[in-house]
Design a binder for this molecule. Structure first.
Ligand SMILES: NC(=O)c1ccc[n+]([C@@H]2O[C@H](COP(=O)([O-])OP(=O)(O)OC[C@H]3O[C@@H](n4cnc5c(N)ncnc54)[C@H](O)[C@@H]3O)[C@@H](O)[C@H]2O)c1
Ligand SMILES: CC(C)C1=CC=C(C(=O)O)[C@@H](O)[C@H]1O
Length: 255
């Protein structure tokens, strides 16, 4: 893809299922990949895979909910790899529970990671992109934000918030050559979905219901996402901003 070779790319949650697949793709494109994750071993394992394949990557252990820690981590990334031109906000987590059974403590945890964490990343990275003359942000939200998902109310609210936030900042920075777009996965075969399913009374029944809700009748695999993320990060997408794209086998068909 145009414009990704020797470009500095940050992927949050780069040690997880979808994040790792995205990191590997940027490695293949010749980007310098900053694999940011609160799980140091997971981040290191992703870096190992990229290096083995001949790419360039470094691991950064940091929690996106901690503004000051992220500021320090970004300073280190800039020193090691250069100013980021691409940011993929992918870190996220969920607990599956009907809203009336949830407690405010869980809401705060979900909001901290899925919404405030992404705000922290934007607030600290976007000024660098503006100063450098441009950049690309790809936010990984969820089809739960677009069609709703029983048991994921607060998570869905955070992801819908991320969609509205992305469109708004896309407008604010449109003349600064900074493009923000959103990719919405549907149910995907990763640790996050397994964790969600395990908290349901009948995990296999829930996974079957997810499969049946998808017109293409399968769960997504992490490898379903890197193509669209790389495209949106590339120079081929220089006139695309504020868009929301579902990659979910037809679960959401939005005009
Ligand atoms: N798996 C699905 O069904 C599904 C569906 C729709 C959207 N998504 C979204 O896709 C993204 C990736 O999910 P996944 O399925 O690969 O999950 P995953 O659990 O496999 O990976 C998530 C990664 O994020 C990291 N992380 C979590 N909180 C963090 C924090 N505070 N700071 C830094 N790192 C943190 C975890 O350590 C993990 O490595 C998430 O935003 C998720 O909401 C997933
Ligand atoms: C809409 C639905 C079947 C769905 C979308 C997204 C998810 C997510 O984890 O973000 C899924 O768990 C699932 O609920």
């Amino acid at each position: 893809m145009k414009g990704l070779n020797e470009t500095t790319v940050i992927v949050t949650g780069g040690g997880g299922g979808i994040g790792r697949a995205i990191c590997r793709r940027f490695g293949e494109e010749g980007s310098r990949v900053a694999v940011l994750d609160r799980d140091p071993e997971a981040a290191a394992a992703t870096v190992e895979l990229i290096l083995e394949a001949g790419g360039s990557a470094r691991a950064y252990a940091a929690d996106i909910t901690d503004y000051n820690a992220i500021a320090e981590t970004l300073a280190a990334i800039e020193t090691d790899l250069g100013v980021p031109r691409v940011l993929v906000n992918n870190a996220g987590f969920d607990r599956f529970m009907p809203f009336l059974k949830t407690e405010p403590g869980l809401w705060q945890q979900l909001i901290a990671v899925n919404l405030t964490g992404a705000l922290n990343m934007h607030h600290l990275v976007l000024p660098k992109m503006v100063a450098a003359g441009g950049g690309k942000v790809i936010n990984i939200a969820s089809d739960a934000a677009r069609v709703g998902s029983s048991g994921e109310s607060v998570y869905a609210a955070c992801k819908a918030g991320l969609v509205g936030f992305s469109k708004t900042v896309a407008r604010e920075l449109a003349t600064k050559n900074v493009c923000l777009n959103v990719v919405c996965p549907g149910p995907t075969d990763t640790a996050l979905l397994k964790g969600v399913a395990e908290t349901a009374p009948n995990p296999e029944k829930l996974l079957e219901a997810f499969r049946n809700a998808v017109p293409m009748k399968r769960l997504a695999q992490p490898e379903d996402y890197p193509g669209i993320v790389a495209l949106l990060a590339s120079d081929d997408a220089n006139f695309i901003t504020g868009q929301v794209i579902s990659v979910s086998g037809g679960l959401t068909m939005a005009g």
